[in-house]
Design a protein around this ligand. Sequence first.
Ligand code: FES
Length: 123
Amino acid sequence: GSTDKVRLHFINRDGEKYSVAAKEGESLLEVVINHNINIDGFGACEGTLACSTCHLIFEKAAFQQLDEISDDELDMLDLAYGLTDTSRLGCQVCVKKWMDGLTVQVPTEVSDVRRELEVEKQN
Ligand code: FES
């Protein structure tokens, strides 16, 4: 029933808010994809820890409750623009029950390594 769902809110770059009912265990990248949340360039590497376009900013209290960050995620996160103290990569964060009502912010700038490479290829 609806009690299995975890309400999550995404604030997009333009300030637009998307509210979705996510499933426990989905990654935040999967939530964005499954709910067709229109975040330009998000999740370019499909969760393979190769792009940092899934950068999301958390509320401090929530950030402290997230699972520990892996070295690989940390390395990739270092490449993200607009890094904050409460930044994580959405493809590495899974939805948990306690996240019900959580709001995450999409950073205004995104370092889309892959897109830059594509542009290079086209030129
Ligand atoms: Fe590329 Fe998360 S989707 S690092």
